[in-house]
Write a protein that binds this ligand. Sequence first.
Ligand code: SF4
Length: 368
Amino acid sequence: MLAKWFERTPSVAPGRDADIEARAKLRIGLPKVLNIWTTHQFWLGFFGALGVPNERVVFSSDTSEEQGREYGRGRGTVDCCYPVKCVSGHYGELIFGQKRKIDILFSPMIYSLDSFLGGHVMESLACPRVMAAPENIRAGFVKERDVFAENGIAYVAPLVSLAEPRLVPRQLHDGLKHVLPGLSLSETEHAVEAGYRALADFNAELRSRSRAILELCASEGRACIMVLARPYHMDAGIGHEVEADLQAHGYPILWAQYFPLDADLMQWMFGADVAAGHIKSPFDIADVWPSSYSANTNEILWGAKVAARIPWITCAIRLTSYECGMDQPTFTPVQQIVERSGTLFFSFQELDSTKPAGSVKIRVETVL
Ligand code: SF4
C-alpha cells in the first residue's frame, strides 16, 4: 500500500526552469528514523513540489543489526536510548551503502509535530533526544575528519516546527537555500503546503483503513488489537514486529497514531464524558495526562483511552525502547487506563537489538 504513496510526485512549485532541472538531478538521502516514520509523506510532498522526483528521495532501510555493524560502528553516540543509537547506522548506509551516491543527506531536527491532538493539549513537542539526534549523530561523522565533505555530500539538518506551519517555510528555506539551486522563500511556502497536504492525504487513507477494520470487527464480532507505541516502533528493527506476530494469528492490528477520527465515532466514545464535563472534547487528555507537552506521549495516552472504550479492541500492547526516559512516567497510567476497562494489556519494555522471541511467543499464547 505504501508503494502507491511513494510513487506520487506532487505538482511542482513555480520556479525557474533551469533551477527545477538542476534539482531534478539531485539525490536526497533521508534517514528513516524516529519521527520520519510519521512524517515521510510531508518530506516527499515537499521535495516533490520543489522539483526533486520522489524516486530521487532515498530512504535508508529498516533498522537492523547488520546495518549498525556495517555502517555505524565506531560512530555511535554514548549514553543514549536505543532508537537514537541506531541512527548512526542509517547515516552510514546513506553515505557508504548506495549504488548511486546521494548529494544531500537531509536529517531534519524535528522540534514539534503536526499531531491530531494539537489544539487540545498543551504542546506537541518531539522528545528532546529525537530533536537533537541529527546533531548528536553528525558528531560521529565529523569527529576525526568530515565524512560528508569527503564523500561530496551536503549535510542539512534544519530545525523544523511542524506544529507551527507558519514557521516552517522560513526554517526550511534557511536550511536548504544553499543546496537547492535558486530556491526562493515563496517556492518553499508552496512546497510546505504541498507537504502538509500529502501528509494529510496519507493519514486520512490510513485512518479510513483503520475504520474499515473496526467495522469488520463490529459486524463479525471479532477482536482486534491496539498498539500503543512511538512512531519508530513501526520499524521492524526497533519494534521487532511484535504486532505482526499477533496479526499472524488472525487479530487485526490498529495503531493509535492512525485511529479513525470520525465525528460519529468520537461522539460514541467520548460524548458522555464531554457532556458530563470530565473533558472538553474527545481529544482532551487532561483527565489522564495533565502535562501534555510531548506529541508522541499524548497520542499514546489518548490511544489508551480509546482502547479502554472500544469493545472490539480486546487487547492493547505497549512497546517501549531501551533507556527511554520519556516513557517511564507513562507506564502506570497507560496500563491502568487500559486494564480498568477489562481490556487485556501486555507490555514489551526495554526493546533493543534483540527480538524478545520467547516473551512474544508466551504472550501470544496467553492472548490466544
Ligand atoms: S522517546 Fe524515548 S526512546 Fe524515543 S528518542 Fe526519546 S528517549 Fe529515546
